[in-house]
Ligand binder design. Structure first.
Ligand code: NAD
Length: 427
């Protein structure tokens, strides 16, 4: 019989608050997933993790060494897939948690992938483009034995973007001697990227939110929305919400928050951010802190910044009907319970922000087939995938009396467990 005690527990290696959150969520979902104990135990830990020290020549002639990680959680369904983030808080345990969530997300969406995540602990806001390019190329070189189009396919995440993916693709391609667009997703269209990948996560957040609003009898076009984070996910989600007629009254980023009860002028705000680097000091708005933003009375609160934003400390003061998790892990386990008790629905990250990895999958398929689809085809396929996953999660939540998060995790875990059962326990 499988047990943690019989094997050597590797809990210490992954020790990080976010990994505890991921494991607690897994433990809450497992009793409803009807899977074999041995499979549950296997899924508790990543399959493989790489820890690197990446040396980089800085612009002033000195050198720095950055800690970097890549964690692959499960390869039962196919190659592993997940973003690369550049952030001061990146740790092995954080990557392990994010890799596990990627496994559930890919499986829930029925994509032939397992989960991975990686990152470099650095402060990208204090680095020049040259330094970031050298860091990216050296990191990619060090990762060569662990990544590949059939092994592990990176994508952008916090503070990485299409340019970062282009450097990764180029570095990998130079090593193998020919262009390998399928090694990363989220790259520029000019080198095999997919149209609509850039917008996919934010647009997906709104597709899922709109469907949930319809189920809850609150038409999206009549809702007041607040968005935390104004980067790739939050910036696009805010625009998509406004385009569907919703009123986006407040948004925030690392520089602070802006509020306008009549609705923010989003094209003007995007232009402001392009020029000034953040939303702070935007005209025709009242300035608020990030903490105040999370407590604004609204109908839909989109969390699209980073993990651990709604916690036991502030969950009792969140005044919304629906929380949509565009970011990964923005709601703590304790906050989840408080929100559920207060009757606030939480659309979980593994479902709500899955638009990104879904269009990444479309990008990989297009690269492998060397045949490219139109924007409309991709948008329609994305909508089908997310709608199907949402409906399965909603049904399971109703049938089993689960929160949407537990239902989404149960859905993902069952898919992975099904593959593991079919393949059998090796050797
Ligand atoms: P990004 O770097 O483009 O944007 C992050 C935004 O959050 C920025 O506006 C930043 O200023 C803001 N921010 C950071 N810390 C903040 C804080 N403490 N308070 C308020 N705002 C803060 O990153 P992104 O790609 O938009 O990713 C955001 C989240 O979405 C992450 O959790 C990421 O893992 C998740 N995600 C991203 C994708 C994707 O395709 N980019 C896909 C799935 C999930």
């Amino acid at each position: 019989m499988a047990s943690v005690e019989q094997g050597a527990s590797t809990e210490l290696e992954w020790d990080a608050p976010l990994f505890h959150t991921a494991v607690t969520q897994l433990e809450q979902a497992l009793p409803h997933a009807d899977v074999d104990d041995a499979i549950g135990l296997r899924l508790r830990y990543p399959e493989q993790a790489v820890m690197l020290s990446v040396p980089v020549k800085l612009d002033d002639g000195t050198a720095a060494v950055f800690p970097a990680y890549r964690v692959q959680h499960s390869s039962a369904l196919g190659p592993t897939k997940g973003g690369i983030r550049y952030d001061q808080e990146v740790t092995l345990g954080e990557c392990a948690a994010l890799a596990m969530w990627m496994t559930w997300k890919c499986a829930l969406l029925r994509l032939p992938y397992g989960g991975a995540k990686g990152g470099v602990r650095c402060n990208p806001r204090q680095m020049s483009q040259g330094e970031i390019q050298r860091l990216t190329r050296r990191f990619t070189s060090e990762l060569l034995p662990f990544i590949g189009p059939q092994e592990d396919i990176p994508a952008p995440d916090m503070a990485t973007n299409e340019q970062t993916m282009a450097w990764m693709m180029d570095t990998y391609s130079m090593q193998v001697g020919h262009a390998v667009p399928e090694i990363v997703t989220g790259k520029p269209v000019s080198i095999g990227g997919s149209v609509f990948r850039h917008e996919a996560t934010g647009a997906g957040v709104v597709i899922v939110t709109e469907r949930a609003c319809a189920r809850l009898g609150m038409p999206l076009a009549r809702q007041r929305c607040v968005v935390q984070g104004f980067g790739n996910v939050g910036g696009i989600a805010a625009t998509e919400l406004a385009e569907r007629g919703a009123r986006v009254i407040a948004v925030s980023d690392v520089t602070g928050g802006v509020l306008n009860e009549a609705g923010l002028d989003l094209p003007a705000l995007h232009a402001w951010v392009r020029e000034h680097g953040g939303v702070a000091d935007f005209a025709e708005s009242q300035h608020i802190t990030n903490a105040e933003l999370l407590e604004l009375p609204c109908d839909v609160l989109v969390l699209a910044a980073r993990e651990d934003q709604v916690t036991a400390e502030n969950a009792t003061r969140v005044e919304t009907r629906l929380v949509a998790e565009g970011a990964n892990g923005p709601t703590s386990v304790e906050a989840d319970e408080i929100l559920a008790e207060r009757g606030i629905y939480v659309l979980p990250d593994v479902l709500t922000n899955a638009g990104g990895v879904t269009v990444s999958y479309f990008e990989w398929v297009q690269d492998l087939g060397r045949l490219f689809w139109t924007r409309n085809e991709i948008r329609a396929r994305l909508s089908d995938k997310l709608t199907d996953a949402f409906d399965r999660v909603w049904r399971l939540a109703e049938d089993r009396g689960l929160t949407l998060r537990s239902a989404a995790l149960v859905g993902g875990i069952r898919e992975v467990a099904g593959a593991m059962e079919a393949r059998g326990f090796y050797p």
